[in-house]
Design a protein around this ligand. Structure first.
Ligand code: SF4
Length: 354
């Protein structure tokens, strides 16, 4: 991608289609742009506009914000969400008031020392308010650049992010930094959208590798999924002569804490022998069902269900507080983990439990 070609095309597009009448673009002081950039983090422009207008009307300057109460700030922020942003805005205003003479500092290093201002937000504030030559790399810009270069790795990886910062810096034009910054943000927000980007009307489609591959939505690549550890267990579905199933209350901590499930034994155990040893009941027919896989956030559990029918009478349980003979009709679902319920359904109606 040719650097001057890219920025020039973007600026020409911005002149024709870019947003130039946003409230923070009128009289773009450091303070006004900063408030807008913080509000725009995680929130769309159309939502931000009325909040921004009310906020600036009430706090027209940094000293006004620094001397306001947190409650009043949060009151004006109510409905915009992510309230930590409002608290950090207030903290930053106080720090700037105390250490920078009541104004925001005009260097990236000093801005980045304030709460809530990272490299991209700081660069955007300086470029948009003062036309300083700093790149930005918010989510929209990352999307445009990863598609332009068809970057095959997840952009959250430090080395990919470093590469993107370098690219973003290289592409900066020599003049019109404020317009260029607004242009690349607008392009990401309105043309190079996450889903169904409008490539035919994109000013930089000629250099876009993802577009040339006819697969823009494949970029940016997703975060690689971690392979979760795999655990295995054997669930014993013990049936008595009444057709009831033995359930045990699980310990209060750990997976399915306090819920009712089948007794479990280590996989590869001789189920009939284990039952006899644990419960003292003689076991008749034993049947192995197809395994079941259950996903937790931190691991995957492979369950081997084993049906074992008790020979003779078995109505008593050894620990009435934590064991119960569960009747299949009617089926009470409360307090049963999903795999237990699934296995019970399979037991009751073999065709529906799958
Ligand atoms: S051509 Fe399409 S994918 Fe490429 S930058 Fe433009 S809008 Fe995004």
């Amino acid at each position: 991608m040719n650097k001057s070609d890219f920025s020039q095309r973007l600026l020409t597009w911005f002149d024709a289609y870019g947003r130039k009448d946003l409230p923070w673009q009128q009289n773009p002081t450091l303070y006004r742009v900063w408030v807008s950039e913080i509000m725009l983090q995680q929130t769309q422009v159309a939502t931000v506009i009325p909040y921004y207008q009310r906020f600036i009307e009430r706090f027209p300057s940094l000293p006004a914000l620094a001397h306001a109460s947190v409650d009043e700030i949060l009151g004006l922020w109510a409905g915009l969400g992510y309230y930590a942003r409002a608290r950090r805005l207030h903290q930053a205003a106080r720090i700037a008031w105390e250490t920078h003479g009541g104004e925001l500092p005009a260097t990236l290093e000093a801005l980045m020392e304030l709460p809530g201002i990272g490299r991209s937000t700081g660069g955007a504030i300086l470029a948009l308010a003062l036309g300083q030559r700093y790149p930005i790399l918010d989510g929209n810009v990352k999307r445009v650049l990863t598609r332009q270069e068809a970057i095959e790795h997840w952009p959250g990886q430090p080395k990919v992010e470093k590469q993107l910062w370098q690219r973003a810096a290289t592409l900066l034009p020599r003049t019109r930094l404020a317009d260029y910054t607004q242009a690349i943000m607008d392009l990401g927000a309105t043309v190079c959208t996450r889903h169904r980007p409008h490539c035919p009307s994109c000013p930089v489609k000629k250099t876009c590798q993802a577009h040339l591959q006819e697969n823009p939505e494949a970029y940016p690549r997703s975060r690689p999924r971690k392979r979760l550890p795999l655990r295995a267990t054997c669930m014993l579905i013990l049936l008595n002569d009444q057709g009831e199933v033995l359930l045990e209350r699980r310990p209060p901590v750990g997976i399915w804490g306090g819920l009712w499930s089948f007794p479990e034994c280590p996989p590869q155990t001789e189920a009939a022998l284990w039952c006899q040893e644990q419960f003292g009941w003689p076991i008749g027919e034993v049947q192995h069902w197809p395994p079941l896989r259950h996903h937790f956030t931190h691991f995957t559990l492979d369950i081997q269900p084993v049906i074992a029918r008790i020979r003779g009478e078995a109505r008593q349980v050894m620990e009435p507080n934590s064991q119960v003979w569960y009747k299949m009709e009617p089926m009470y679902k409360r307090g049963l983990p999903a795999p237990t319920l699934r296995l019970l359904k399979r037991l009751r109606e073999p065709s529906k439990g799958e």
